[in-house]
Design a protein around this ligand. Sequence first.
Ligand code: GUN
Ligand code: FE
Length: 429
Amino acid sequence: MRQDSFILKGNICYSKTIGHLSTTDHGYLICHNGISRGVYPVLPEKYQNLPIIDYHDMLIIPGMTDLHIHAPQYPFRGLGMDLELLDWLNTHTFPEESRYTDLEYAIKAYKLFTDNLKKSASTRAVVFGTIHTPATSFLMEQLNTTGLKTYVGKVNMDVNCPDNLREKDAQTALDNTDEWLQKNIGKYQNTSPIITPRFAPVCSESLLEGLGKLLKKYQLPVQSHLSENLSEIEWVKKLFPWSSCYGDVYDHYELFGTVSKTVMAHCVYSTDEETELLKENGVYIAHCPQSNINLSSGIAPIRSYLDAGIPVGLGTDMAGGANLSMFRCMADAVGVSKLYWRLVDQEKKPLTIEEVFYLATKGGGSFFGNTGSFEDGYEMDALILDDSGICSTRTLTTKERLERYIYLADEGGKLAGKYTAGTEILLSE
Ligand code: GUN
Ligand code: FE
């Protein structure tokens, strides 16, 4: 395993700012003690002694962050994609997740998931588990061994859901979550816990209140879902009549960025008020375009969120999204933004390749700190892309090759190497 201090040589692409892609052909990416020391067209004298790993004509890009993904949903990916959110949850998701009460089943399913996430283009991920503590603890242990950097949430849900996937009451849910936190905080090098109310409709007010207290006690990040589907939003209004918007429910219990960093998936229908709250509180949005399509949720107005200065990253939302590919996720983000522009609001320009590349790398990566770029001081997460199988009669620039890889990764693209914080992830293991 290659670790710590070395140089990667190849055709290097990365973002510093959202609209701009930096490329250096046959360049040198310096990694010192797991930290990037920048990209150079000519090897600086002071780094001459470091070993060079030469990837020849391949592309080298920063690792990508899947900012929203459900590990237990991996076994039924690709099923039920003709349903909308609430029916899909009841028909496929909840029955599958209830199986994780059986640790043997969870072990089998989570091994499959973690093996495949390891081989994917994600170097970091923010992950939902289920309500089950033994299964979720196993998921953490397993993810830690992959070398990927992850946050993992034991899900909380105590009302309005099937008996076999409902925590007995708020106190039981909070006790279980606290015990799970005590066992897992600081336990692993690569994996740590994140507070996870599933979404407001399946959480009682006592549960949300208690989670807010746990958050303060342990100072952990938060993940949940927000304004994904119109029926869901109506439901939230009925359940929390005092709330001024869906986000206000989380905010009321200090689960919305005021205490610690927070990521909300979707935000397809956030009102002006909710958008303002997201912005004020610095809450991240995990944009999951494939899920928005598959579950007929709608199109999240990402251009508006970017204009407002809200931090945005991309997520697969497995199994709302049917696969783990962040390349597919980027292509879908461009595609749905074009439909939004054409069909909904001509003022909102579609996202560009440079922009979605930024969102997949530095945008979502910033949830973990300085990651997702090769700028000096960033943790060195890198992917080595072999695009020699994506044939063309043209001579392509490095940027064009990256662009085609995003759209054609499945056609002949090969992930030839992967590093997280300077440690090589061995893809063949
Ligand atoms: N809202 C609540 N739970 C879920 C889930 O599992 N997937 C998606 N896409 N939305 C949700
Ligand atoms: Fe989700």
